[in-house]
Structure formats: C-alpha cells, structure tokens
Design a protein around this ligand. Structure first.
Ligand code: ATP
Ligand code: MG
Length: 410
C-alpha cells in the first residue's frame, strides 16, 4: 500500500485541512488530484482538492455547522469551494458523468470512489489519499503511470477527449510540467490530434486559464513542440504557434535565471503584429491588464538601443514604458545570436524592470500660478517642459523648469 507520510507533507497537516476533515465525516473525504499527484512526485503542492461521498447539500450542511465559509463555484457539477484564511479548498462530490457534449457534463452523484475515478481525466489525476496518507488508486494504473511518467487518459482516450475537449490542453499541461523525460502515450496523442478541432467549442476562459498554466511550467518547450507536430498548437493558437521563438526565450530564461512568465512566452510565440495580437487577446478573453500588456508590446514603436549609454537608455525606457521596454528587450535578447549583444538586451531589460522613473517635478498648479490658462495651451506647455526634463536625463529640477516656463511664456 502506498502511503504519504504527513510528516513530509506539511500541506496535509495544515490547520484548515484539519478543520475540513473535522467538519465532514472523515471517512467520506479524501484528497484528490494535483496535491496527491505532486506529493507522490516530490513536487510542490499548489491548491488542495478534495473529493467527498457526501452530496453538495450535505456538504453545505456540514460546512455551515462548522462555520466554514464556502463559495458555490461549480455546484451544478458538485463542486463548492471552502475558503479558510483566504485559501480555497475545492470540495467535489463523487460523481459519474452520465452525459457529456464536449464542453460540460450532466452528472449524477455516487458513493463509489471507483466510479468517480472513471470520470477524471488522467490516470495520474485519479489518485486519492486519506488524511492519514493512505493512497487509493481505483483505476489500478495511476500509481504505476506516475512511477514511469506515463500520461494517459482514464479509459478510452478518444471517447474521453470527445467528452471534454479541454482535456487536450490539460494533457499537454501535465506533460509540460512533469513530462520532460516521459514517454508520450501514443493513444492519448492520437486522440488529441484527431479531436483538435473540438478545441474551438470551448469557452475562452477555460482555454486561457489552462494555456496560462501550461506556459507557467519551468520548461514547456517539449510539450509545445509535440503540440506543434500534432497540429494542436496551430488550432489552439493560430497567432502564437512559433515554438522556436519559445525555445529561444527558454534558453535565455535558463541563462539569466528569469522566472517563467506565461504572457512573455506567448509573445515569444507570436509575431509583433498589432492586429494579430489584438485578435489573440480578444479570442482568449484576456483580462484588461493582460490585453494592455500584450497590445502595448505589439504596438510599441519607440526606439530601443542596447548599446546606448545609461542616460539614453532611461530616456528610451521612459518613452516606451517600463513593461513594454522590458518585454521587447528580453525578446530581442532571446532572438539575438551574438551572445554579447544578447546580454546587452537583457541588461536593458533589467534596467527597465528595476528603474522607477522619477516624478515630473511640476504640476498644472505650478503652471496656473505662472499665468498659463487651463485647456489645450496648458497641455502643450506641460508637454514641452516634460520633453526638456526627459532630455536632461530627468535631472532638470523645479527651479530650472520654472525658469524654462518663464522663457516659454514670454
Ligand atoms: P493543479 O495542481 O494544477 O491544481 P490538478 O490536477 O489538481 O492540478 P485541477 O484543475 O485542480 O488540476 O483539477 C483537479 C482534479 O479534477 C484533476 O486532478 C482531475 O482529477 C479532475 N479534473 C479537472 N479537470 C478535469 C477535466 N476537464 N476532465 C476530467 N477531470 C478533470
Ligand atoms: Mg488542483
């Protein structure tokens, strides 16, 4: 019997976890999914998912009684999220899918752990653990597959992918995270390839959330290349299917010890082409913040020169905006074959990330005090003064600028 020793896995001993196992009948609640999989792999555990034999109404009753707050995040398919100390714990009632249309399932609840395992995506994600660390593998394949890093669907791959096309992206997501040395299951890959067109039926939110997770893996190059050769990448991200661009960025990330940044990686896979990028952002329904960053990168035409001196670099960064300058510079550095020039691009990027431009020392109030009227005139004068200030390398102080204002005003 495989066990997880809670001494080695602090997440199993969290106070909040104890509260949940006290609130619900202990034998009816088990850890499931990512936490069990990652703990067995020795990888860090992110969110904690739980499975329970209780039906949602019953779960609610027990949580209410224990005064544990929850959000009905997916109550129609049996999921609610308990929130303890701001941390979410997804609790899903055991279920079997009775009907699916490729996007969502009609479910019925069950007490049978084995039936619940049958509706999960991969065998390595259908592992359950009790609070004292006993691991259950109802499909009988999960533990072994985890051991040899074999990624495959529970049951018949083609059917499982047709039930929910999101499983295609999830398959590659897990491959990206844990499968660097893994043998890829031929049947799973075939099912992903043959059903790729179904990806278009999925909601943008689900797709983008999975893509982001995929692109947050330490090194997703191999998984993305396999997506490319199986025509999944082009179907999923027609505007961002340059896997070589991604490879180059990852090489720089390794050399410079940069943190994985899914948006930057997506940029690396795209052409810096405003219309295409706008389309991509819209199709994936990115957040305003994400869209702003992507589009600013695509649209920026401010000059950047990695060979300039520090003052000129700062002026350029100020002109382009710090984030845009950093994004452009890292990607140029990634695309540059000359190691020395590449390193210069990266140092420009570092400056763009670390440097906070000083605040412009004058305001509209100062201008009004000097008799400048509100309106377009004031805007123009402010712009002119700001240009002077920037040109001075942000050194011109209030006094100098007020003097310049007097000259302009004359
Ligand atoms: P992570 O560590 O990133 O959270 P995870 O495996 O826990 O990975 P979740 O999205 O949190 O992924 O899902 C929890 C579990 O629910 C999965 O391990 C899997 O058993 C099941 N699951 C999630 N999405 C699907 C799906 N589309 N089809 C079938 N089972 C799914
Ligand atoms: Mg999870």
């Amino acid at each position: 019997m495989t066990t997880l020793d809670s001494k080695e896995h602090p997440w199993m001993r969290e106070k909040a976890v104890k509260r949940l196992f006290n609130a619900l009948p202990e034998e009816a609640l088990r850890f499931v999914g990512g936490c069990v999989r990652n703990a067995l792999l020795g990888a860090p555990v992110g969110d904690i998912d739980l499975a329970t034999q209780l039906e949602p109404d019953d779960v609610i009753r027990h949580l209410d009684k224990a005064k544990i707050r929850y959000v009905p995040t997916g109550i129609e398919h049996g999921t609610l999220t308990a929130v303890i100390n701001k941390k979410p714990y997804e609790i899903t009632s055991l279920r079997k899918d009775v009907e699916t249309d490729g996007r969502r399932a009609v479910v019925s609840f069950t007490h049978d752990w084995a039936k619940d395992a049958q509706r999960r995506d991969l065998t390595i994600n259908a592992l359950y653990a009790t609070p004292d660390g006993q691991v259950y593998d109802p499909t009988g394949q999960g533990l072994n597959d985890l051991d040899v890093l074999k990624f495959r669907f529970v049951g018949e791959a083609d059917m499982r992918v047709k039930e929910d096309y999101l499983r295609i992206i999830r398959f590659f997501r897990f491959l990206a995270w844990y499968g660097s040395g893994a043998k890829v299951d031929a049947a799973a890959l075939k099912a992903c390839r043959e059903n790729r067109r179904g990806l278009k039926q999925l909601s943008a939110e689900r797709v983008w959330s999975e893509i982001k997770k995929l692109l947050s893996a330490p090194d997703p190059s191999r998984a993305v290349r396999i997506m490319l050769t199986n025509e999944v990448l082009e179907t999923l991200l027609p505007e961002a299917s340059n896997s070589e661009g991604l490879d180059r960025l990852i090489a720089i990330e390794k050399r410079e010890e940069l943190e994985p940044d899914p948006l930057l990686r997506l940029m690396a896979m795209s052409a810096r082409e405003p219309v295409q990028i706008a389309l991509l952002c819209k199709r994936l329904k990115m957040s305003n913040k994400e869209t702003k960053r992507m589009r600013a990168w695509a649209e920026s035409s401010a000059p950047l020169d990695p060979n300039a001196d520090e003052r000129a670099k700062k002026i350029a960064i100020y002109g382009a905006g710090g984030q845009v300058a950093a994004d452009r510079a890292i990607l140029r550095g990634a695309g540059e074959e000359d190691v020395i020039i590449s390193a210069r691009w990266i140092s420009l990027a570092t400056l763009a990330q670390d440097w906070t431009p000083p605040k412009f020392p004058l305001s509209g109030k100062d201008l009004r005090a000097q008799g400048v009227e509100e309106g377009p005139k004031m805007g123009k004068v402010l712009d002119a003064l700001k240009a002077l200030w920037v040109k001075s390398g942000f050194n011109a102080d209030r006094e100098k600028l007020l003097m310049a204002l007097k000259l302009i005003n004359r």
